[in-house]
Design a protein around this ligand. Sequence first.
Ligand code: MTE
Ligand code: HPA
Ligand code: MOS
Length: 769
Amino acid sequence: MKNIDAYTHLRGESIYLDDIPLIQGTLYGAAFGSPVAHGVITSLDTSEATAHPGVVRIFTYKDIPGENQIGGIVPDEPLLADHEVHFCGMPVAFVVAESIDAARAAVKKIKVAIEPLRVITDPREAQALGELIIPPRTFQLGNTDQAWQQCAHIFEGRADTNGQEHLYIETQGAYAVPQEHNALKVYSSTQGPTAVQRAVSRVTGLPMHLVEVEVNRLGGGFGGKEDQANTWAALCALAAHHLKRPVKYSLHRMEDMAMTGKRHPYSADFKIGLNAELKIMAYEVTFYQNAGAAADLSPAVMERTLFHCTNSYFVPHVKATAYSCRTNLPPNTAFRGFGGPQGMFMIESAIAQAAEAIGVDAAVIQERNLLQTGDEFPYGQKAQSEAPECWNKATGLYNLTTLRKQVDAFNTTNKWHKKGLACMPVCFGISFTKTLMNQARSLVHVYTDGSVGITTGAVEMGQGVNTKILQVAANTFSIHPDRIKIHSTNTFKIANTSPSAASATADLNGKATLLACTAIADRLRKMAAEELSVAINAITLQDEFVWVNGMKTDRDWKSLVMAGHTKRIGLSEHAHYATPDIHFDATREKGHPFAYHVYGTGIIGVTVDCLRGTYTVDSVKVVHDFGSSMNTAVDIGQIEGGIVQGIGWMTMEEVVYDKEGRLRSNALSTYKVPDIYSVPKEIAIDFLQTPHDNLAIFRSKAVGEPPLMYGIGAYFALRNAIRAFNKKGHFPFDAPMTPEKVLMALYATPQEGTIPPHEETSKHLAVDK
Ligand code: MTE
Ligand code: HPA
Ligand code: MOS
């Protein structure tokens, strides 16, 4: 089954926010963002801007009829700055004008005086000052204090990961159109239509039933539009509500990059202990999450970091603490993996440090510690583990031993180029970590011509969820996919939706669709059974026909539907799905938060140019746990995209803020993302089809986020290649491994006063000189 959007995408006919025809009288907005990261506003002068030709009105916090608040988890985020600013780019005023150019020109004429306050950009500094978004949390298993005695090797270290710009191709934006009775219709490029509806309702003071949010599709979200589409929608809605004219705002790329939050940078201290057999006995880690100036989704992201702090390994004694630290950066937010990748990077760093010091390949430690079925995660859930299967299949299928020999041979014969190899097992929990969010609804209409229209809470953002939902309906009715249309996501049709996120969209909305279609199909089957005087169980719908006891009748889908309507049988259904069996008790930090886990193993190979510090990713070979994929084309697309995005985060994408909290990497000339030249030369994907039952839709496991984490292997492959050139030099675990950092590491000297990596380090990589 092809992605149903392929046809219009290729022809350029797919409708995004900017393709919606504008209503006559539409005005254009542009936000004025704070020029400084922290301070007290002493004066705001909009007179010159207001006088600019075409300007209709300039809105500030004083114009907000409802609440000046858009914080979802913690109410700490004003829509428009009132007396203080907390980050560069924080919206202070919203200019509305007759043209885009007039709005932007007027923004430049706004004058603000700000008494500067201390700017904090480092999460450790924030933590030391007590600047926390929420109190710290600790996940614990066993007793690490006692476990250190059982360890033959103990290592302590520090690891850092940087942020990541979402770089959805479609920037943030919204279009608010006033309706009768004061109501508003808001077109928004959002992953969370209900989140936008709530924010608009809160800011305007309108009840939610007067706020219709409509989303056709996104040109990418990647988490960046789970919460942060709210700002622009609320600003447009505020202006439209006052002016009774439609207001549109699509951000320029540079505005988007500067004003919105990104993946959270993390810093962590770790301590890992292994016994003589290289079993990890104990792991302690403290995470410092750089939350930015407001909570946004940071508490939930921090929680997922804790959930994934042991990645795909069983560790009997764990103590993991996380601090969500308030800094003067734009509020950081959801990004594919949602804190999980950061948690995984830290334990992979701890394992790499141990491996280098002991003088074994990290893969030896990884393999010995893979989760087995029945093992307990630090949060109490028991694993139904596919980790050994994925690992064994990957190392066998791709022949890790041979790959290693090839790398060794290459490194022995090449002086100025070195290859490196790393394995990256992944284990990712599927479900929103907040249990209540794991629910969805679907509205299915069967029309009298046999065509079917479906609306769910799912937002299509390129991940192919609409294709999967369509497959669910086509399968359940056993009709041709061409009969089915998935409609836009709309808060008046489906209420109280969770955002399309957590990789759970197809599971949640697909299951709701399955329930709705099944209910309609059952009514039609019952009617057919009565007509034919047989038991309902004898009736099946198959290939557009009614079948009795496995025999095709001449009653086809279209006539069945028409007969149903004639008999006044309901041809519509609104169904609700809530993931069963999940729960989590945050007071004990224990429970069963995930419907299931997705596993996989990646093997990543790189080549480093040891004169220049440049590198190529030669191959990424994965065995991925699909459960039983319902759409291999879509799923492979997700894996390829995730891998490349993960490699980008780990190797080249470098978010740079200066000490004043200004984004320096604010354009594509200063922020490097993977392009066609830097993608791996080879990506091999093999399916681990598992027989176990699971809670995924049609047993087809969620695939949106987990593959990103294979990209972490690129960091460690680079590290291994560098080690083949420079055995003893000290260089930190500090992602991304940009060419500059690679070059520094290639020529780094051993750190004074510390023990250099073991003489035996990377025996199999023996080289140099
Ligand atoms: N794929 C595309 N093409 N565009 C996106 O924005 N977002 C990712 C992933 N894959 C994204 C994507 C993220 S962050 C998530 S959570 C999932 O898709 C969301 O969709 P799903 O729940 O249907 O997997
Ligand atoms: N994952 C992704 N997005 C979310 C989550 C989660 O666990 N919780 C809230 N938003
Ligand atoms: Mo994805 S980070 O859950 O939108």
